[in-house]
Design a protein around this ligand. Structure first.
Ligand SMILES: [Zn+2]
Length: 212
């Protein structure tokens, strides 16, 4: 805890003091983020850091393995954030960002049934299991398997987003864009899903294609 309080003191001294007008402006206006970011709770994947975002730029939901429970699922926490982001904040972009090396995805690949004593975690992972397990390919190197499962999990969450009528309506009206990303812990780079090539490509390539 000492580390957190010391860190906060540094934030007050080195950022907040010099950014008083910016913070006042943020506080006096409604928030107006450009994107809803749905990512993993993993402490090593920090959305604001990897996108160079400032306070006010991103509306963020993080949970184990960046999951989007479909509409009418018992867990409505992501759906609630989605409703607010679309209906109130009118965000135009939703990013689902997984990451290679995701422990939640690995737990499913390794057989999450042994985690049954952690009821909530078990049930959460059980939701993710079908698409992750479907991504398994015989004789593939375990590391490759893990990477493929991470990507499949991101893609499934994009599909789950379309179970929400508000998402479908805005997609059809071309008022909303969904993005699948995977962050690489080693390089700090992001790969993004390219619908044209149906594969993940480095974010730099996506930028070269023009506005996204
Ligand atoms: Zn993770």
């Amino acid at each position: 805890m000492r580390q957190l309080l010391d860190g906060h003191a540094t934030f007050r001294r080195e950022f907040a003091a010099g950014a008083a007008p910016f913070l006042q402006k943020l506080a006096s206006e409604h928030q107006s983020p450009g994107a809803l970011y749905i990512g993993c709770s993993d402490s090593r994947v920090v959305p604001e850091l990897l996108t160079s975002s400032a306070p006010g730029d991103l509306f963020v939901v993080r949970n184990i393995a960046n999951a989007v429970p479909p509409l009418n699922d018992a867990d409505a926490s992501v759906g609630a954030a989605l409703d607010y982001a679309l209906e109130v904040l009118h965000v135009e972009h939703v990013v689902v960002c997984g990451h290679y090396g995701c422990g939640g995805v690995k737990a499913v690949l390794d057989g999450h049934k042994k985690l049954k004593q952690m009821t909530s975690l078990y049930e959460w992972l059980d939701h993710l299991a079908p698409s992750i397990l479907a991504s398994r390919i015989e004789l593939v190197d375990p590391e490759e398997q893990w990477r493929a499962a991470v990507e499949a999990n991101v893609m499934q969450q994009l599909v789950n987003l379309t179970t929400f009528p508000a998402v479908r309506k805005r997609l059809e009206a071309e008022e909303l864009w969904l993005h699948g990303w995977v962050y690489d812990l080693h390089s700090g780079g992001v790969t993004v899903f390219d619908p044209a090539g149906e594969r993940f490509v480095p974010a730099e390539h996506a930028l070269e294609r023009g506005p996204v």
